[in-house]
Design a protein around this ligand. Structure first.
Ligand code: ADP
Length: 402
């Protein structure tokens, strides 16, 4: 059906109606028409005219069914799809909505062209995609925040552990500086003690000379003289030991170093119910520093003592051996103590690593000992089984003959 201005002549008998009371739709940006009670078009806007080809004037009075196949509009809003016959006779598929205007007998018809629908659908799709992107972004952001929170939690735990370690290290540092102070104090004590000791020893020897052989008190005075000589030896030894010297290396007998160290260690170990076995075989000379090596022996023996709180057996062995054609001296400090658990054995040489209670261990003994042995171009190896004791093997290169 082709609708023209002429075809409207059939409706020329329509009742003229004042359009002033009709709502103003000129500013609505979509194709809109006001429909009267009997489903005839009362007013269209410019967009509607552009869409259909019918001017406002031509449209007025046209039955809506003449251009758009829809049923009689009911109350409220109804939407649908239909075919629109335009002025040029071309039919177009459109979507529409019809809404009744409250408290009037009019309805508003809004046309949505297929292209517009497609455009709207396109816009909708774009918005949908944007929304999905945003959702993904928000999801990533949420995951990122969660990861950050987890990281923060982990960092906090790590920080707490580091802080705990730092506090322990601080306590150990204080302890080691106390040890240094103690070393200095013992050096000055040694100085104070050695003079009265010389007097005691001199006097007892004088008394022995003056006393008749086989006299009543001879044996007792001799015992005092012997004890004084032994104390003098220890004091002399302590003096050299507490003096901090640069490590000068000279040819030394490691067995002599062990014997010197046990001058001070023997009684101490006995008082801890530790039996000591010295198993010293003849060994070649080594290039070393006796004070430093003695410090190693004292550290290893002190650890052995601590590993045997109920007492036990400490065996010190020295022997010569060859490795890769080069002569070495092997010094073994073996205890029958608690042994070292597998999970800490790799850490015992770490500075400040200790399993001893605060105030007892500094965690420096083994790291210092390893440092000293390395100064001697040697090494320390450990053999230990938890519950069955430990053996510390100190390997020092022997001074090659010639
Ligand atoms: P400290 O004796 O001050 O703890 P060390 O560096 O000398 O420091 O020793 C580190 C740790 O190695 C000790 O705390 C202990 O756990 C372990 N350890 C060392 N020697 C022995 C040993 N003979 N038996 C068992 N554990 C040992």
């Amino acid at each position: 059906m082709r609708l023209t201005r002429n075809s409207r002549s059939d409706t020329a008998k329509r009742t003229p109606r004042s359009t002033e009371s009709l709502p103003d739709i000129s500013l609505i940006g979509a194709p809109v028409a006001i429909i009267g009670k009997s489903a005839d078009i009362l007013r269209v806007n410019r967009e509607f005219s552009a869409f259909t080809g019918f001017s406002d004037y031509e449209s007025q009075g046209m039955p809506l069914g003449g251009i758009l196949k829809i049923s009689q509009p009911g109350k409220g809003t109804s939407r649908g799809k239909s075919v629109l016959t335009m002025k040029n006779g071309i039919e177009a598929h459109v979507s529409y909505s019809i809404s009744t205007i409250p408290e009037t007998e009019f309805s508003v018809l809004t046309l949505i062209s297929k292209t517009e629908t497609a455009m709207l659908q396109g816009k909708l799709d774009t918005k949908q995609m944007e929304l999905e992107k945003r959702e993904k972004y928000i999801e990533c952001f949420r995951e990122g925040v969660l990861m950050m929170i987890t990281d923060l939690d982990r960092n906090e735990t790590e920080l707490k552990v580091a802080l705990k370690n730092l506090k322990e290290t601080q306590v150990q540092l204080v302890q080691s500086s106390k040890m240094t102070a103690l070393g200095e104090l013992s050096a000055s004590l040694v100085h104070e003690i050695s003079q009265p000791l010389t007097v005691i020893r001199g006097l007892t020897f004088g008394m022995l000379r003056a006393m008749q052989d086989g006299g009543e008190h001879n044996d007792k005075v001799r015992l005092i003289a012997d004890a004084a000589s032994r104390m003098e030896k220890i004091v002399k030894h302590l003096r050299t030991f507490s003096r901090s010297e640069p490590p000068v290396l000279s040819p030394i007998d490691i067995n002599a170093v062990v014997r010197d160290a046990f001058l001070i260690l023997n009684d101490h170990l006995l008082s801890h119910s530790i039996e000591t076995i010295l198993n010293l075989m003849p060994v070649p000379l080594a290039l070393g520093n006796p004070n430093r090596l003695e410090q190693v022996i004292i550290n290893l023996v002190t650890n052995a003592r601590d590993a045997m709180p109920e007492g036990g057996v400490l065996t010190i062995t020295t022997k010569e051996e060859t490795s890769d054609g080069r002569p070495f001296i092997r010094l073994i400090v073996k205890d029958s103590g608690s042994g070292i658990p597998d999970d800490i054995i790799s850490r015992v040489f770490d500075p400040f690593f200790t399993t001893k209670e605060t105030g007892r261990g500094t965690g420096l003994g083994l790291s210092i000992s390893l440092g000293i042995v390395r100064e001697h171009k040697g090494d320390i190896k450990i053999e230990s089984v938890k519950g069955f004791g430990s053996s510390f093997h100190v390997l020092i290169p022997a001074l090659s003959a010639g």
